[in-house]
Write a protein that binds this ligand. Structure first.
Ligand code: F6P
Length: 374
């Protein structure tokens, strides 16, 4: 396939050579973002691009290759990441160690200098952008991009990957509806989202979930039971859909220390919260209940049109940041604008659903139980 270089005038650029990596869990839209960064950097600014394999691990191992147009054409719609990803966190203490050894960070800095990079572009979630921030404090130039299906990055209104996962979650709920209705069952579906409830809340509203459980609102199983029984007795509905975020927890669990909660969960023997809640619902209501854990289905496959657009816009904006030498920033969506925030803004934080978010009220207004009375 011949690469068609866009016929535009070359613009000056502070950055001549940069490295690009994708870290953390993959998500739809990563390749679209890589393409956005690379096309703009190459076509508009004539930069040299070094692809780094498997996230920060590739910088430690010096697993790198020059990216040429042939590498970043035809990837807009592809799922996953052409660069590979890993959860390598170079600043994380090794188990048992009191201190970070510093070896990994040293190796990263050495590779950065050896390759003659002017900047590092990191595509990732909270962990990746936090590492980017810490590396920038170590003297490296870093530009971040917000990707994750969890939508939990502070500083951007949306992350790419979220919309695709939302569509997949919604379709799964739609499919569960018909089988739930046929068998007069309660269907529990567990969605990802890490410690935030964005995905479950949005997919739950989009799919018309009867109960939505998110980590931000610890649930009361009695309230859920009342709601489900009421649907049968007073609503004539013999089936229900319960959408659960993987981080959801009961009121009792929310009062426990992390270690205690872990022990409690191990003792109850359920592999994940979806199965635990399904069992609790059966015990509470006597209704036949089934659980589905959607898992990695939410991360695989082609990006939605909306994620392609967002990833491309954020990617090209990152190339502009490189050209202007605006380092230490993460490209972001704020309102209808593509902007940039300091990497310190997302670093070390998780954007959870605020209790007064309009979507919670939206869900309640259409009769959805959010796991508690009222
Ligand atoms: O951050 C994205 C995510 O898919 C979360 O929703 C989930 O908790 C986690 O990654 C799963 O991580 P792993 O790929 O390490 O199993």
């Amino acid at each position: 396939m011949k690469y068609e270089k866009v016929n535009m005038e070359l613009r000056p650029s502070v950055t001549k050579t940069f490295g690009i990596l994708t870290a953390g869990g993959d998500c739809p839209g990563l390749n679209a973002a890589i393409r956005g960064v690379c096309r703009a950097a190459y076509d508009r600014y004539n930069m040299t691009i070094i692809g780094i394999a498997n996230g920060y691990r590739g910088l430690i191992d010096e697993s790198v290759r020059m990216l040429r147009p042939v590498d970043f054409q035809g990837i807009l719609t592809r799922g996953g990441t052409i660069l590979g990803a890993s959860r390598e966190k170079p600043f994380k203490k090794e188990t048992g160690d009191d201190e970070i050894s510093g070896d990994k960070v040293r190796a990263i800095k050495e590779t950065y200098r050896k390759l003659g990079l002017d900047c590092l572009v990191v595509l990732g979630g909270n962990g990746t952008n936090t590492t980017g921030y810490l590396l920038s404090r170590e003297g490296l130039n870093v530009v971040g991009l917000p990707k994750t299906i969890d939508n939990d990055i502070v500083g951007t209104d949306r992350t790419f990957g979220f919309h695709s996962a939302l569509a997949i979650g919604t379709e799964a709920i739609d499919r569960l509806h018909s089988t739930a209705e046929s068998h007069n069952r309660v269907m529990v579906i567990e969605l990802m989202g890490h410690k935030a409830g964005w995905l479950a809340l949005y997919a739950g509203v989009a799919g018309g979930g009867d109960v939505i459980l998110i980590p931000e609102i610890p649930y009361d199983i009695e309230a859920i039971g009342h709601h489900l029984v009421d649907r049968v007795k007073n609503g004539g509905k013999t089936f229900s859909i319960v959408v659960v975020a993987e981080g959801a927890l009961s009121i009792e669990e929310s009062r426990m220390e992390k270690k205690e909660r872990k022990k409690y969960r191990a003792e109850t023997g359920s592999p994940s919260v979806g199965y635990r809640i399904a069992r609790e619902i059966e015990e509470e209501t006597g209704m036949e209940t089934r659980a589905t854990v959607l898992g990695y289905m939410q991360r695989g496959g082609i990006p939605s049109a909306s994620d392609r657009v967002l990833a491309t816009s954020l990617g090209t904006a990152a190339a502009d940041l490189l050209a202007r030498g605006e380092y230490g920033k993460m490209a972001a969506l704020q309102g209808n604008d593509i902007t940039a925030v300091d990497l310190g803004v997302p670093a070390g934080k998780v954007k959870t659903v605020p209790r007064d978010h309009y979507m919670i009220d939206t869900a309640v207004s259409v009769g959805t139980c959010m796991g508690v009375d009222g």
